[in-house]
Design a protein around this ligand. Structure first.
Ligand SMILES: [Cu+2]
Length: 80
């Protein structure tokens, strides 16, 4: 699970198994997304107080992601 609060992803680096389903919860007052910088996954808009899920890639690797709306928000998904 990834939590979003105060315009930051927690944890900022998450390690998961290939194909894992990941819940992203937005605790902030603003809408956010969790979006791969290479197009590997994207939650779309997550409204304040709500959650979305996405499926991790099946290929092991390191996948940086951002919030599309606030592109200074960074995180990393490690699949292995
Ligand atoms: Cu955002």
């Amino acid at each position: 699970m990834v939590n979003i609060k105060d315009f930051a992803f927690t944890p900022s680096t998450l390690t998961v198994s290939p194909g894992a389903t990941i819940v992203v919860h937005n605790e902030d007052v603003a809408t956010h997304t969790l979006t791969s910088t290479t197009g590997a996954f994207n939650t779309g808009d997550i409204s304040p107080g709500s959650s979305k899920t996405f499926v991790a890639p099946k290929t092991p690797g390191t996948y940086p992601y951002i919030c599309e709306i606030h592109q200074f928000m960074h995180g990393t998904l490690i699949v292995r």
